[in-house]
Design a protein around this ligand. Structure first.
Ligand SMILES: NC(=O)c1ccc[n+]([C@@H]2O[C@H](COP(=O)([O-])OP(=O)(O)OC[C@H]3O[C@@H](n4cnc5c(N)ncnc54)[C@H](O)[C@@H]3O)[C@@H](O)[C@H]2O)c1
Length: 281
C-alpha cells in the first residue's frame, strides 16, 4: 500500500501555481528550424518564438532575400533572438558549419524541427536516376545529417530535447497527387524513410532524454505546390480529403508546439498526421 501511495501521482492541478499552459512554454529554449523560408518552416519558427524560444531559421542560400527579413520580423514581433542560417541540408560540410553557427549564436539546441524538403519535377513512374538521387539526398539524407547534428549537440550538452521531423502522408499511403496517374515515387520513399528513421532515432535517444517524433502533413498550402498544383488538380485533391479542403500552415502550430514542448513529455517515436482525415481511408 505504501508503495502504491508513493508511486501514485499527485493531482498537480490542486497546486495553486499549476498552469497547464506553462507546459507549452519554450521560454529559455533554443530551437532550430530547417526549411525555414517555406510555408511550414516559417510558421514553426514564429510559433516557437512566440512560445519564448530563441530560434535559428535555416534554409538554402538562394532564399536569403526572403529569410533575412523574415527572421528580423519574427524577432521584432515576439521579442526573442531569431537568427538566419544558410545551409543545404544534403551537404555534410554545410550542415556541420550550421551546427557551429548554432552553438556560437544560440549556445545549444533544445528543439530541432527538421523540415526542409522538396518534390522535384519528374519524380514519377519514369523518373530519372538523378531525380531519384537528388530527392533522397535532400528529403532523407538531409534528415539524417541534421538529426545526427541535433542529437549529438543535445547529448554533448546533456540536457535532452525534442526532435521533430516532417514526414508526409506520402510516407504512409500512395498519394496520387490529385488524380495524377503517375504518383510521386522518390518523395514517397524518402518520407517513409523519414518516419522509420525517426522511430529508430527515438528508440536509441530515450537514454539521453531526447524525444523524436514526426508530423505527417496532408495537403497544406505552401511553396511546395508552386508550379505543381493546378486549379483543376486542387479541386480533385479537395475531393480526396475527408475535410474537403487543404490545410493551412497555422493548423500545424498546435501539433508542433505540442511535440516541441513539455506538453508531450511522455511521447516519443510517434507520428501525428495533420491531414484533414486523409489517412482514415
Ligand atoms: N505542404 C504540404 O502539403 C506538405 C505535405 C506533406 C509534407 N510536406 C513537407 O513539409 C516540409 C516543408 O514544406 P512546405 O510545405 O513548407 O514547402 P515549402 O516549399 O514552402 O518549404 C520547403 C523549404 O525547404 C527548403 N529547402 C529545399 N531544399 C533544401 C535544402 N537542400 N536544404 C535546405 N532547405 C531546403 C526550401 O528552400 C523551402 O524554403 C517539407 O519537408 C515537405 O516535404 C509538405
Amino acid at each position: 500500500m505504501e508503495f502504491y501511495e508513493e508511486l501514485y501521482p499527485k493531482d498537480v492541478w490542486r497546486d495553486a501555481a499549476y498552469d497547464i499552459f506553462d507546459r507549452f512554454s519554450l521560454k529559455g529554449k533554443k530551437a532550430l528550424v530547417t526549411g525555414a523560408s517555406g510555408g511550414i518552416g516559417r510558421n514553426a519558427a514564429a510559433v516557437f518564438a512566440q512560445a519564448g524560444a530563441d530560434v535559428m531559421m535555416a534554409d538554402i542560400e538562394r532564399t536569403r532575400a526572403t529569410l533575412d527579413p523574415l527572421a528580423q520580423e519574427i524577432a521584432e514581433r515576439f521579442g526573442t533572438t531569431v537568427v538566419p542560417a544558410y545551409c543545404d541540408v544534403s551537404d555534410e560540410a554545410q550542415v556541420n558549419a550550421m551546427g557551429e553557427q548554432l552553438e556560437a549564436q544560440l549556445g545549444t539546441v533544445d528543439v530541432a524541427f527538421l523540415n526542409a524538403g522538396v518534390v522535384l519535377p519528374g519524380d514519377d513512374y519514369d523518373s530519372s536516376f538523378d531525380t531519384w538521387k537528388k530527392t533522397i539526398d535532400i528529403d532523407l539524407n538531409g534528415m539524417f545529417l541534421c538529426g545526427q547534428l541535433a542529437q549529438k549537440m543535445m547529448r554533448r550538452h546533456g540536457h535532452g530535447g525534442s526532435i521533430i521531423m516532417t514526414s508526409s502522408i506520402s510516407g504512409y499511403v500512395m498519394n496520387h497527387m490529385a488524380g495524377n496517374p503517375n504518383p510521386i515515387m522518390a518523395y514517397a520513399a524518402a518520407k517513409a524513410g523519414v518516419s522509420q528513421y525517426a522511430r529508430a532515432l527515438a528508440a536509441f535517444s530515450v537514454r539521453d532524454g531526447i524525444r523524436v517524433n514526426t508530423i505527417a502533413p496532408g495537403y497544406v498550402w505552401s511553396g511546395i505546390h508552386e508550379g505543381l498544383m493546378t486549379e483543376q488538380a486542387h479541386d480533385v485533391a479537395n475531393q480526396e480529403i475527408p475535410m474537403r479542403r487543404f490545410g493551412r500552415t497555422d493548423e500545424l502550430h498546435g501539433p508542433l508546439l505540442f511535440l516541441a514542448s513539455d506538453a508531450s513529455s511522455y511521447i516519443t517515436g510517434i507520428n501525428i498526421p495533420v491531414d484533414g482525415g486523409y489517412l482514415i481511408a
